[in-house]
Design a protein around this ligand. Structure first.
Ligand code: AMP
Length: 389
C-alpha cells in the first residue's frame, strides 16, 4: 500500500494530477474540497456549516474535516493506497492524518508538494473561474485563499520536512511533465513496498501447490506455518523440541511459537517482493497477530485470495492423497479429514468473513486442473503487482 498527499497552493494542479494518478494506481481518492462541496450540495449540517467559510476563502475547521474524513474512510476497500488532495491543510491536520493512517494500519509514504508562484496561482484560478462555476474562484476570494495558504497551510511542510518524507517539484511546467515527475516519485515508493498475499481455502483446495508456484513465479517468499513447524521438529531445533513435546502431550502449538517463526522468516527474507501466507491466519486471534507483525515491519496485507472448491471435491482429493506416500498424518482416515474440514469451517471461515468486510477478497474458482486454477490466481496477483516495480 502506498499513501500519498498532494500539496500545493490553490491552482497548482492537484485535482488535474489526481485524476491521472487514480486511473494509473487505483488509489482511494480523498479530496476534502470535493467532499465539502458534496456536503454543501446535499445541504447537510456539515455542509451548511462549511458553506460561508468556503465562499469567503477561509479554511473550514479541523473538527469538520475530521468528521467528513471519518465518514468517508470506513476501511480500505481493496485500493492500492490513499491519495489525499487538499489535506492536510493545517499543522493540526498533519497530526490528524498520522492518527488516521495508524487507524488504517498503514502510514503516509510521502507528501508531494507542487510549487507555484502566487502570481501564476492567481492567473490560473481566474481562468478556471470562467469555466469551473466555483464561487470561490473570484479575485477577492482567491486573495483570501492564498493568504490562508501562506499562514496556515505552508507550515505543514515543516512537519514533513522534519519527518523526511517531503518531496517537491515545480508546478509551472506542462501537465505531462508534472505528471511524469509525480509518477516517478510514486513508482519509487511502490518499488520499496512489499506485496503480501494471504491465501485461503479449505484443506485440499490446492493452497500449498498454488502458493509455492506463485511464490516461485513472482519472487515472493512462501510462508506456510504448518510446514515451518514441521521443519523445526525435523531439525530438532530448540523450538522444534518444544513443539514435539506439545505434540506428544496432544497439545496445540501456542500462537507465541508461531509468531516467533514468522518473525524469524520475515527477518531472514532479503531481496524479495513480498510474502504469500498460507495456513495463517487460521483464527481471529491470528488475524490480529498478522496485522500486528506486518505493521511492525512497515507493511500491510495487499491482497487476500480465497480458493473455492466444492466439499465433495475436497473429500475426493484428500482421500486420494491419503493413499499416496505424501499422506499427512492428519489425512490418514476419513474421520480425520472430516475433522479438519470442520475445524476450518469453525475457526477459519470467520476470519475470511471478517476480511471480506474490510478488504477486497478475490474468490477464485479452484475446480479444474492445476494450470487452469493457477492462471486464475496469477491474473489477480499480476494485477496487484503491476504497480509494484
Ligand atoms: P479545494 O477544492 O481543495 O481548493 O478546497 C476548496 C475550499 O474548501 C478551501 O478553500 C477551504 O475553504 C475548504 N477546504 C478544503 N479542504 C480543506 C481542509 N483540509 N481544511 C480546511 N478547509 C478545507
Amino acid at each position: 500500500m502506498v499513501n500519498v498527499a498532494l500539496f500545493g497552493p490553490p491552482g497548482a494542479g492537484k485535482g488535474t494530477q489526481s485524476a491521472f494518478l487514480i486511473e494509473k494506481y487505483n488509489f482511494f481518492y480523498i479530496s476534502t474540497g470535493d467532499l465539502l462541496r458534496g456536503e454543501i450540495k446535499k445541504e447537510t449540517k456539515l455542509g451548511l456549516e462549511a458553506k460561508q467559510i468556503i465562499a469567503d476563502g477561509g479554511l473550514v475547521s479541523d473538527e469538520i474535516i475530521v468528521q467528513i474524513i471519518e465518514n468517508t474512510i470506513k476501511e480500505n476497500p481493496g485500493a492500492n493506497g490513499f491519495l489525499f488532495d487538499g489535506f492536510p491543510r493545517t499543522y493540526v491536520q498533519a497530526y490528524i492524518l498520522e492518527g488516521l493512517m495508524i487507524k488504517m494500519h498503514t502510514a503516509l509514504n510521502c507528501l508531494i508538494s507542487i510549487e507555484l508562484d502566487e502570481s501564476e496561482s492567481v492567473k490560473r484560478l481566474l481562468n478556471r473561474g470562467k469555466i469551473s462555476g466555483r464561487l470561490d474562484d473570484n479575485e477577492l476570494v482567491i486573495k483570501n485563499r492564498l493568504k490562508e495558504y501562506q499562514e496556515k497551510t505552508l507550515p505543514v511542510l515543516n512537519f514533513y520536512k522534519e519527518k523526511g518524507n517531503y518531496k517537491a517539484l515545480k508546478g509551472n511546467q506542462t501537465v505531462e511533465k508534472v505528471n511524469s515527475e509525480i509518477e516517478s516519485i510514486i513508482n519509487k515508493e511502490f518499488s520499496k513496498e512489499l506485496v503480501n498475499i494471504v491465501l485461503f481455502g479449505y484443506p485440499g483446495s490446492g493452497r500449498s501447490s498454488q502458493g509455492i508456484a506463485l511464490a516461485k513465479k513472482y519472487g515472493l517468499e512462501y510462508v506456510a506455518t504448518g510446514k515451518m513447524l514441521e521443519e523445526e521438529v525435523n531439525n530438532k531445533t530448540k523450538i522444534g523440541l518444544k513443539i514435539q513435546n506439545l505434540y506428544d502431550n496432544g497439545e496445540l502449538v501456542p500462537d507465541e511459537i508461531v509468531i516467533q517463526l514468522i518473525e524469524k522468516k520475515i527477518e531472514n527474507s532479503k531481496d524479495i517482493k513480498g510474502f504469500i501466507f498460507k495456513g495463517f491466519p487460521r483464527t481471529l486471534v491470528q488475524s490480529y497477530i498478522l496485522d500486528g507483525i506486518l505493521q511492525k515491519h512497515g507493511t500491510t496485507i495487499s491482497k487476500i485470495i480465497e480458493i473455492e472448491v466444492d466439499t465433495l471435491t475436497l473429500i475426493r482429493r484428500l482421500n486420494k492423497r491419503s493413499l499416496t506416500p505424501g499422506c499427512m498424518p492428519y489425512d490418514s482416515s476419513t474421520e480425520k479429514i472430516v475433522k479438519r474440514l470442520e475445524e476450518h469451517k469453525l475457526k477459519t471461515i470467520p476470519v475470511i468473513q471478517k476480511y471480506k468486510e474490510v478488504h477486497d477478497v478475490a474468490v477464485i474458482n479452484g475446480e479444474g486442473d492445476f494450470e487452469t486454477v493457477f492462471s486464475r490466481i496469477a491474473f489477480v496477483v499480476e494485477d496487484k503487482l503491476k504497480n509494484f516495480a
